[in-house]
Design a protein around this ligand. Structure first.
Ligand code: C2E
Ligand code: CA
Ligand code: CA
Length: 368
């Protein structure tokens, strides 16, 4: 904290040195500062000042022997075009600042009307997703996974859908990022776990051959300290034996902090659920950790599966993943299998399980 405080003081000093006598510098809170540049008639007049600020803050700061690198993102709002009062101007500058931030370090960005629209449509999405969560507008569809040795369905993957009252049935592409951004993913994820376990449990009750259920867990859910309890809760309430639940995690979710991830995976293993790495091959995996993680399956990303027939790198990469998975003693699942040719290829190269439109699209339980 002490270093942080000193850094803020130094940042303020540098900003003041970069602006002109008549300008105003204020700290808004946290690491956010505001600068009021007075007597500016044209937008381009502010640029030399902005560049001075960005450059001076990019210089290394030494505090108590620590060398600190920092970078700045600047959002610019013009009066009166972008707002007629202080709060409108600050909001516009803030939106522009976030835009600058997302385009990289040390950038600036002028406010544009497009941002206003985006902010408004994001507001609308947030409101709609909150309502959807409260009213239960989400549904699960299920896609079978086929054992290539026996030809039997050995499991299904649960995939989330949103029945939007105006736009109809939406795939996760339209809303998962929103659920994460607005902090709703954990609540919806808990519902997914509960509903998926319940569904497969009801199939167990009527069918002879019990199948597994795959549930996707996003990086944010993986960081939820209550995740293990939620999984335990869902299993307990639905009386589903844990070995029938397979949690699907992506490489990036495991590899951002592999030590922590490893500890959590071992806890999951203790609960008795299976663990699969999803979209394997699209992120990057440390092979050391891969070896140490208690895994059960690798799912080859559909992009590789879909290019195995074409004369490119899909085949060799798919082969490598199968080899890696097999050598680690894991089940290897080919997802996104759409053609007989792809199926033949992945079967001949040692995949254990296949999933894709060739067999079935994800469907609601009542139509399966
Ligand atoms: P994923 O886990 O990689 O799921 C596979 C996606 O491929 C699904 O898309 C599925 O419908 C699609 N697919 C299956 N077979 C084929 C095929 O033969 N060809 C092609 N082109 N596509 C196929 P979907 O349902 O749109 O889901 C997209 C992603 O959203 C999922 O990718 C997963 O990452 C995420 N997701 C889905 N449900 C949940 C959920 O309950 N929780 C979380 N956190 N994420 C979810
Ligand atoms: Ca998946
Ligand atoms: Ca996948």
């Amino acid at each position: 904290h002490e270093v942080g405080d000193k850094l803020l003081v130094e940042v303020a000093r540098r900003i003041r040195a970069a602006v002109r006598e008549q300008d105003t510098v204020a700290r808004l809170g946290g690491d956010e500062f505001a600068v009021v540049l007075e007597g500016v008639s044209e937008a381009k007049e502010v640029l030399p000042v902005i560049e001075r600020i960005i450059d001076s803050l990019a210089e290394v700061t030494t505090i108590g022997g620590h060398e600190i690198n920092s970078s700045t993102s600047v959002g610019i709002a013009m009066f009166p075009e972008n707002g007629s009062n202080l709060s409108e101007l600050l909001r516009a500058a803030d939106l522009a600042m976030y835009q600058a931030k997302s385009s990289g370090r040390g950038r600036y960005q002028f406010f544009a009307d497009a941002m206003q629209e985006e902010a408004q449509s994001r507001h609308a999405l947030e409101w709609a997703l909150r309502r959807a969560t409260e009213r239960g507008e989400f549904q699960l569809v299920y896609q079978p996974q086929i054992c290539l040795r026996t030809g039997r369905v050995i499991g299904v993957e649960a995939l989330l859908r949103w029945m939007n009252p105006t736009r109809g049935l939406l795939t996760p592409y339209h809303f998962i990022a929103g659920l994460e951004e607005f902090g709703l993913i954990n609540e919806v994820g808990e519902w997914v776990l509960q509903t998926a376990c319940e569904q497969v449990r009801s199939w167990h009750d009527i069918e002879l051959e019990p199948m597994r259920i795959g549930v996707n867990v996003s990086a944010q859910q993986f960081e939820d300290p209550m995740l293990i309890d939620k999984i335990r809760g869902a299993l307990k309430e639905t009386k589903l034996p844990p070995e029938f639940l397979e949690i699907e995690l992506t490489e990036s979710c495991l590899m951002s902090d592999p030590r922590e991830a490893g500890a959590l995976l071992r806890e999951l293993r203790q609960v008795g659920v299976r663990i699969a790495i999803d979209d394997f091959g699209t992120g990057y995996s440390s092979l050391t950790y891969l070896h140490d993680f208690p895994l059960n399956a690798l799912k080859i990303d559909k992009n590789f599966v879909q290019s195995v027939e074409a004369n490119d790198r899909g085949g060799p990469i798919a082969n490598m993943i199968v080899g890696l998975g097999k050598n680690l003693g894991l089940d290897v699942v080919a997802e996104g299998v759409e053609t007989e040719g792809q199926l033949e290829y992945v079967r001949n190269h040692g995949c254990d399980i296949a999933q894709g439109y060739l067999y079935a699209r994800p469907e609601a339980p009542e139509t399966m």
